[in-house]
Design a protein around this ligand. Structure first.
Ligand code: PGA
Length: 256
């Protein structure tokens, strides 16, 4: 159950969030909980989550380890401060910051090399869904990027299906729509990496997940978890979403 804070909260607000949130989810030992704050708040988040069952992730990463790249942050830098996860290829990065399949692939490899666990996002826009192109768009995103990984590398990533039209809009995909897209992605993964890796790959759903719709989404066996934006900013709201985490299975052992 992952929270993507996007460009919200100061360091002080980050610490305050964890003071409330950590006790709320302390009993959810079966859940794998990840919070992804803005870069500058990662140290405060790592510190605040240290003795809690919560891991911290970044929202992006650069693909080289160091160099003259003003404004960028590398995977080894993230790993060194205790960050464990990183979101890659979020639709907002694709839309506003020129992210492509090629950069998604490079960033994913860099994250894996540094021992980070990538959550790689794919998803279609509204006009693409309306044109019946959901599968061709998600399939092309997969084929153009992640499909080039080695099996051993792919086995260490999680994916997120995030239909662009559902992000921040209050329009969630119905559980059936989300499950259909997940099933398609898993079949594409199986074609490239085989059934065992496809079955073990965790695919999260993201796009206007809220405390009142998470139950239906998590009732779909195809949906392994959720990537939550707006509703992860409030401790009580995200804690009530975490309640629907599924028992960790062999999948987790396979990935860790
Ligand atoms: P949202 O964002 O839950 O606010 O729609 C999800 C995301 O962008 O990961």
């Amino acid at each position: 159950m992952a929270g993507n804070w996007k460009m919200y909260k100061t360091a002080a607000e980050t610490t305050a969030f964890f003071q409330k949130f950590a006790p709320m989810v302390a009993a959810a030992t079966h859940a794998e909980i990840v919070i992804c704050p803005p870069f500058v708040n990662l140290p405060a988040a790592v510190d605040a989550a240290r003795s809690a069952n919560i891991e911290i992730g970044a929202q992006d990463v650069f693909w080289l380890t160091e160099g003259a790249y003003t404004g960028e942050v590398s995977a080894p830098m993230l790993a060194a401060i205790g960050c464990r996860w990183v979101i890659i290829g979020h639709s907002e990065r694709r839309q506003y910051f020129g992210e492509t399949e090629e950069t998604v692939l490079k960033k994913t490899k860099a994250a894996l090399d540094a021992g980070l666990k990538p959550i790689v996002c794919v998803g279609e826009r509204l006009e693409e869904r309306e044109a019946g192109a959901t599968e061709s768009v998600c399939g092309a995103q997969f084929d153009g990027g992640l499909a080039s990984l080695e099996s051993e590398q792919f086995a260490r990533i999680a994916m997120a299906y995030e239909p662009v039209w559902a992000i921040g809009t209050g329009k969630t995909a119905t559980p059936e729509m989300a499950a259909g897209a997940h099933r398609f992605l898993r079949s594409r993964i199986a074609l490239r990496f085989g059934h065992k890796i496809a079955a073990a790959c965790r695919i999260l759903y993201g796009g206007s997940v809220k405390p009142d719709n998470v139950k239906g989404l998590m009732a779909q066996p195809e949906i392994d978890g959720v990537l939550v934006g707006g509703a992860s900013l409030d401790p009580a709201s995200f804690a009530s979403i975490v309640r629907f985490a599924r028992q960790l299975t062999i999948t987790r052992q396979f990935l860790s």
